[in-house]
Design a protein around this ligand. Structure first.
Ligand SMILES: [Zn+2]
Length: 240
């Protein structure tokens, strides 16, 4: 889910590959990428922005700003978490990406993928999607509150509700993975192999080698493979 990491609709590689091929020549120099899906037309909740204790502002790297631009986002606030408690990175509604100290030491293509993934969560408004789903699945009308944080709190301590929304969270992670990988490719020339696959593969190997890989990381790798050629072509558009 966007709030705690470790991608409307499920990824449809075929559809997007066709769009990529169709729109190739018009991409260079564009502000937002033509291939990046439009912001979904869904209810926009009010987000106060939860406190981030111990976090400090992080000056964004130009490549992060370029990815945000390609995703059609306005200004994004980047923060450094005080520790590794919530993993390498997470996004927080409506406009924040939080990175851990060790994430900042990742190889650049790994870090670009991680940041791209979080930017995709923001651009696709997965937090609003979650607020709607949690409201509906808990039996409330979709508009019972306009307060996004209040809607997300419905999942607190409610394992059954979380289980019912888990399929949506999986779709969101898939979407953030392939969109993040392609953002990193166009913004920095990182291939899928050098960025997303290497990052996730490293994670899998930490569990005892690829043969004994953690299923989630390996599943993410397998779902990303159809995007390797798209990333390679987008990489040719990266600034020198
Ligand atoms: Zn995620």
């Amino acid at each position: 889910m966007p709030g705690a990491d470790e991608p409307p609709g499920a990824a449809r590689p075929g559809r997007w590959l066709v769009l990529l091929a169709w729109s190739w020549s018009g991409l260079a120099g564009a502000a937002s990428a033509l291939w990046f899906p439009d912001s979904p037309v869904i209810r926009h909740y009010t987000w106060r922005g939860e406190a981030c204790p111990g976090c400090r502002d992080l000056p964004p790297l130009p490549v992060w700003e370029r990815m945000a631009e390609l995703a059609g986002l306005g200004p994004v606030r980047f923060l450094q978490a005080p520790d590794e408690g919530l993993g390498h990175a997470y996004s927080a509604a409506p406009d924040r990406v939080v990175l851990s100290p060790s994430a900042l030491n990742l190889e650049s293509c790994h870090l670009n993928f991680v940041v791209g993934h979080e930017l995709a969560h923001l651009a696709r408004r997965h937090f609003d999607e979650d607020a709607i789903a949690l409201s509906v699945y808990s039996g409330r009308p979709a508009n019972w509150t306009g307060d996004g944080e209040a809607a997300l709190q419905l999942a607190d301590g409610n394992f059954g509700l979380a289980l019912r929304v888990s399929h949506l969270w999986q779709q969101q992670e898939d979407e953030a993975d392939w969109l993040g990988a392609l953002l990193a490719a166009q913004a920095s020339g990182c291939s899928l192999e050098a960025g997303a696959l290497a990052y996730l593969g490293h994670d899998a190997q930490a569990g005892g080698g690829l043969a004994a890989a953690h299923a989630p990381a390996m599943e993410r790798v397998l779902r990303l493979l159809p995007f390797a050629e798209s990333a390679r072509r987008l990489g040719t558009l990266a600034p020198p």
